[in-house]
Design a protein around this ligand. Sequence first.
Ligand SMILES: C[S@@+](CC[C@H](N)C(=O)[O-])C[C@H]1O[C@@H](n2cnc3c(N)ncnc32)[C@H](O)[C@@H]1O
Length: 456
Amino acid sequence: MSDKRNRRREAERDLPKVNPRRVAFDAVRAVTADNAYANLVLPRMLAETDNSGRDAALATELTYGTLRSLGTLEAILAAASGRDVRELQQDLVDALCLGAYQLLYMRIPAHAAVATTVSLVKAAVSPRVSGLTNAVLRKVAAKDLDTWCEELATGDRLADLALRHAHPKWIAAEFEAVLGPDELAPALAADNVAPPVHLCAKPGRITKGDLSRETRGGVHGQWSPYAIYLPGGDPGRLRAVATGLAHVQDEGSQLVAVALAEAPLDGPDRSWIDLCAGPGGKTGLLGALAAQRDARVDAVEIQPHRAELVAKAARGLPVTVHTGDGREFGEPGTADRVLVDAPCSGLGALRRRPEARWRKQRKDIDELVPLQRELLASGLRLARPGGIVAYVTCSPVAAETEEVVAAVLKDGGAEVVAAEWLTGRVPDSRRGDYAQLWPHRHGTDAMFLALLRKTG
Ligand SMILES: C[S@@+](CC[C@H](N)C(=O)[O-])C[C@H]1O[C@@H](n2cnc3c(N)ncnc32)[C@H](O)[C@@H]1O
């Protein structure tokens, strides 16, 4: 056997596939090379490699943290190596980012972070670049994150803040346009903190008290009457979740759905529509509320596999699931309440999707806006006079929130209704006539809600 192969074998013994750093590397590779989603590939990899407990936590922190911080790590690696990282092979860049993340963001001693990354590179990239890895990471280790960011600062306030908090500058600019400059840093920082798991105790199916007991210490949510914060562990293992009495749902998502159900309405209140229903979180909550009020929900979803998820989420509830286009659905003027939870950029949920911020582009929003307007117009078409339509996004970006509502309002036939139920119970959630939640203010995703009443 050649010396080279022997050396590689030795390196692989140092770092077998089940090593959490190797798992993190494979997960990051899947994201950067194959466009995978970390929140889908990592749990599978952890299960396949039998990683649990502290090892799984380390692999998760390494994977999510590295992916969240990619832009900043690459800028620092470029400065430390004196070259554009795009000139390097991608698997090496991924390994360097993992190493740099440990050096700059975790309390892992520099010698350990460098040595384990060099072993990783030998085993999983090529022994030929282990020297380069060692040299670059030693340079990275010479300064802490603040010092690197100061050194790389350009004097462009927004760009410097975006670098420090690991966001593309255009996203920072979009957030600032809504929040103003003072709250921008905490808003960006909040995207870098892994969110806790929120559960929704379906009304009429299980009480919060019972759900809290089953979770062994789950705390009652601050805002939603149905929220329990899971103290830890896999929510899928809870009986209440497995049997559909409760489901995993961000508290902000709960609030906007309940705000629609609680909006004052004159006349009949039997027919509800959820026009963009997949995967069915809000359908599950609305269905449970509808059951208590003798109402019914028609849930519409264009993607068949997501429609199946809606059907699963709505089991046992007065919900009919339709696979189809919400722009062409239903009888005009018949619905009492309509939810338009429009497909959006998802920039309000960046803390859940570590790689998303580096994948999205501003033009993606421009492409979504016509569909968002058409879906909202369709929601208003379906509502009866006096009926309520909720326009919801998990994004705070002006173009896909208030500007969509303003454009549709211009066509006439609807007026804005204050989202009192929500803004009255959640401080600092008013955004003009609408409601806006934020991770840094409320601990929820950045959900936007506009309530409209069909007139005429
Ligand atoms: C933001 S998600 C909805 C989330 C969902 N309400 C929940 O709480 O689980 C938007 C959904 O709209 C669906 N969608 C996109 N275009 C649609 C259309 N023209 N008609 C109906 N659904 C559509 C997407 O497939 C996606 O599942």
